[in-house]
Design a protein around this ligand. Structure first.
Ligand code: GDP
Length: 434
């Protein structure tokens, strides 16, 4: 998806516009463990074109003076975005800070759309002419407060999207390493690509700066490693901020089918690991938990098992994700990754025939009767798979209200026991059939 970044000095109304454009689409489920509502990255859509929007103003870079903050935010936009919305305000008029942002954006080899916010009434329209001086062509007058002018601005945004170069990557396995800074993502990328058994080829016609790497494993299967955070590390200040790394992770999750969630054996599990993993789970991606820096631990016969129990405890909702203990430094077990990625990818897009599924459901009901509520029994009529990636099943019942969480969990487990769904979430949708 094309990425649109909103840039501008504080108080021009970036987050108001962000919220207007994405509407209710920020769909992070509140009760996913460890997931907090993050309002800097979301999906947007205009005239049927889907895109991703970031509010760079939400990425506050600790301990940096004001001008440095907005400079870094504009740099993020230049690095990450396909299209930049440069926002200024008619209410305050042209300021030094606006000019500072403009100067950085001149370096951008990307379309920049100048939006003048807070044009709440016609009187303000005269002021917008001052902004021609910024050198980004005709300003688009908008009002976040009144929702005025957004349509024209978005028309321009989607017109500026890069040409679709035609996706021939459909049958390739798209994956990415995600995780907080310094867990070893870029080391893993380099180590994996350095393995003799993978053949790396550059991707032609990539429309954005993302560094996607195509490679072929020893079986001749093709992989695309998506936007591998850190590969182009330039030691920028913002690269170690939590919001920035969460944004990178969300974007990688969006573009991948398989997520390699990297944990650090040396520093252990932190809250930020849970946030990042929560997004991947929420997005319904296949997930592998990769414990890196395994070389740093003094080990005995129990170390691995204990570490595994610790992870299972901390990431209860990821009980389906396989765990692999690796070292980017010594390359320990890195050769296991391609096969594991393929396996969970297959499970993620597995289709189960309705007849087989219903046999499993019938067996399940026979061994463990459905719950009763006030003398009335939950009746399960039949189930059918309605989607893949992740596998999603609709189960038709007499009364969905009577489906206890625990019974639903039991059914999910029965399905998991009957078919191999290692590494993928399985969604059950309970529907009424009269
Ligand atoms: P990223 O921010 O997640 O991309 O992390 P980096 O790949 O930059 O790694 C952070 C630090 O951890 C660097 O100093 C690496 O050399 C080190 N590191 C990465 N993987 C390993 C590993 O498997 N073992 C050890 N001992 N150090 C590692």
């Amino acid at each position: 998806y094309p990425l649109v970044a909103i840039v501008g000095r504080p108080n021009v109304g970036k987050s108001t516009i962000f919220n207007r454009v994405v509407g209710d689409r920020i769909s992070i489920v509140e009760d996913t463990p460890g997931v907090t509502r993050d309002r800097i990255y979301a999906r947007g859509e205009w005239l049927g074109r889907e895109f991703r929007l970031i509010d760079t103003g939400g990425i506050d870079i600790d301990d940096q003076p004001f001008m440095k903050q907005i400079t870094e935010q504009a740099e993020i936009a230049i690095d990450e975005a396909d299209v930049i919305i440069f926002m200024v305000s008619a209410l305050e008029g042209l300021t030094d800070a606006d000019e500072r942002v403009a100067k950085i954006l001149y370096k951008a080899d990307k379309p920049v759309i100048l939006a003048v916010n807070k044009v709440d009434n016609v009187e303000k329209r005269a002021e917008i002419f001052d902004f021609y001086a910024l050198g980004f062509g005709e300003p688009f007058p908008i009002s976040g407060a009144h929702g005025i002018g957004l349509g024209d601005m978005l028309d321009e945004v989607i017109k500026s999207f890069p040409e679709d170069t035609g996706d021939d990557d459909e049958d390739k396995i798209k994956f990415s390493f995600i995780g907080r800074p310094n867990v070893g993502k870029s080391s893993l990328v380099n180590a994996l690509l350095g393995e003799e058994r993978v053949i790396v080829s550059p991707i032609e016609g990539t429309t954005r700066d993302a560094i996607d790497t195509k490679f072929t494993d020893e079986d001749g299967d093709e992989f695309v490693m998506i936007d591998t955070a850190g590969i182009r590390k330039r030691g920028k200040v913002y690269e170690n901020t939590e919001k920035y790394s969460v944004m990178r992770a969300m974007r990688a999750i969006d573009d991948s089918n398989v997520i390699l969630m990297v944990l650090d054996a040396e520093t252990g599990i932190r809250d930020q690991d849970k946030h990042v993993a929560g997004y991947a789970h929420e997005a319904g991606r296949a997930i592998i938990l990769v414990v890196n820096k395994w070389d740093t631990l003094e080990k005995d016969n129990h170390t691995m098992q204990e570490f595994e129990e610790h992870i299972r405890n901390e990431f209860k909702y990821l009980d389906y994700a396989p765990i692999v203990f690796v070292s980017a430094k010594t390359h320990q077990r890195l050769d296991k990754l391609p096969a594991l990625i393929k396996a969970v990818n297959e499970n993620h897009k597995k289709r189960i025939s309705s007849s087989t599924l219903n046999e499993v459901l019938l067996d399940a009901i026979a061994t463990t009767p459905t719950p009763t509520v006030h003398g009335k029994r939950l009746r399960i009529y039949y189930g059918t798979q309605v989607a893949i990636q992740p596998p999603t099943f609709v189960i038709f019942v007499n009364d969905p209200e009577m489906m206890h969480f625990s019974y639903q969990r039991f059914l999910e487990n029965q399905i998991r026991n009957a078919f191999d769904f290692t590494g993928t979430p399985v969604h059950l949708i309970i529907r009424e059939r009269k």
